[in-house]
Design a protein around this ligand. Structure first.
Ligand SMILES: C[S@@+](CC[C@H](N)C(=O)[O-])C[C@H]1O[C@@H](n2cnc3c(N)ncnc32)[C@H](O)[C@@H]1O
Length: 247
């Protein structure tokens, strides 16, 4: 159950990696595009306009996120509720795009092979995913989940060089893969919790009752603040992997 209001508290910071990823795409005429895990659709709209795409489809499995998407749709841009893992198409795409979504899905060797099969012969793949699982903000969330008796999130994101090899073996002739560190200036370490509440902690909120989740948050926040210290403002480093390739 995604909470778009919490997610968008850091809208500008979350939009920058999207724009960095979009800038890697080669603009070609009359592209057919899919945005997997499109969220509210606001950035899908930006992508669609930037590429002057012929057709764009946004796919997401969260009703709460998709609620907002209707205001961004048009004749050439539509949104559908669906799961990335079960996604199929009867016509190939010129671009498969995904910003901050595929890290929720396991087995990337299998997933990427499946996505590549949906691309046209000169198609492009552009994917951005957080890779910050070794930061205390994420590590402590995993530890707190275990101490609350719920399954911790699995780390699905591979090291960048694994994506380079994967794209090579999947037949991409050109590729650009990089790990980028985004630095976010937050008022204090406690604000890191506001950040993770909108994304990383989502499955924990779902797995716990409202009361237990409040207890979880209190314990998690105390441990995060103890680990990150009193520095004000707090400089939150956030690693992301950016992946682009074409045949
Ligand atoms: C962090 S948000 C990113 C949203 C959007 N791409 C953006 O950049 O603003 C991740 C989105 O992925 C969606 N998502 C996660 N797993 C998914 C899956 N298996 N199938 C479809 N959508 C999924 C979530 O519902 C959520 O809207």
């Amino acid at each position: 159950m995604w909470d778009p209001t919490q997610y968008e508290r850091f809208k500008d910071e979350r939009a920058q990696p999207f724009r960095d990823l979009a800038s890697l795409i080669e603009r070609r005429p009359r592209m057919r595009v899919v945005d997997l895990g499109c969220g509210t659709g606001e950035l899908t709209r930006e992508l669609h306009d930037q590429l002057a795409a012929e057709e764009t489809i946004g796919i997401d499995n969260s009703e709460t996120m998709l609620l907002k998407s209707q205001s961004f749709g048009s004749e050439a841009l539509r949104f559908e509720k669906g799961d990335v893992e079960g996604f199929v198409t009867d016509r190939p795409f010129d671009l498969i795009f995904s910003n901050a979504a595929l890290h929720w899905i396991p087995d990337h060797d299998h997933l990427f092979a499946k996505l590549v099969a949906l691309l046209s012969p000169h198609g492009q793949l552009a994917v951005q995913m957080p890779a910050n699982h070794d930061h205390p903000s994420h590590r402590i969330a995993t530890e707190a989940a275990v101490s609350f008796g719920i399954s911790p999130r699995t780390v699905n994101v591979l090291p960048p060089e694994r994506y380079a090899a994967l794209l090579h073996h999947l037949g991409f002739a050109r590729q650009h893969i990089r790990l980028q560190v985004y630095g976010h200036i937050l008022p204090s370490a406690a604000d890191v919790v506001e950040w993770t509440k909108g994304s990383t902690l989502t499955p924990y909120r779902e797995a716990l009752s409202a009361e237990r989740y409040e207890e979880f948050l209190a314990e998690y926040s105390a441990r995060v603040v103890a680990a990150l210290g009193e520095e004000r403002p707090y400089f939150y480093t956030f690693k992301r992997v950016l992946i682009w390739g074409t045949f």
